[in-house]
Design a protein around this ligand. Structure first.
Ligand SMILES: [Zn+2]
Length: 66
């Protein structure tokens, strides 16, 4: 069971299918983890989606080099 916490509010994400995965911007610190439930729409999680590591070479959607 994977536990995900929202980077926006630090709340526990229950609806994994709605999660928006994003690469963590440099210098950005995720919100402190809380025991509350995330109510963001969509929940924001920094990092590649599950299974990314098993698909080497697969580009991260939305990633852009600045
Ligand atoms: Zn949230």
């Amino acid at each position: 069971m994977i536990e995900l916490h929202c980077a926006e509010c630090g709340g526990f994400v229950t609806e994994l299918r709605y999660v928006s995965y994003r690469p963590a911007p440099n210098g950005t610190v995720a919100a402190p983890l809380t025991r509350g439930l995330c109510a963001c729409v969509p929940p924001i999680v920094f990092g590649p989606p599950p299974g990314y590591m098993s698909s080497p070479g697969f580009p991260i959607p939305g990633r852009s080099s600045v």
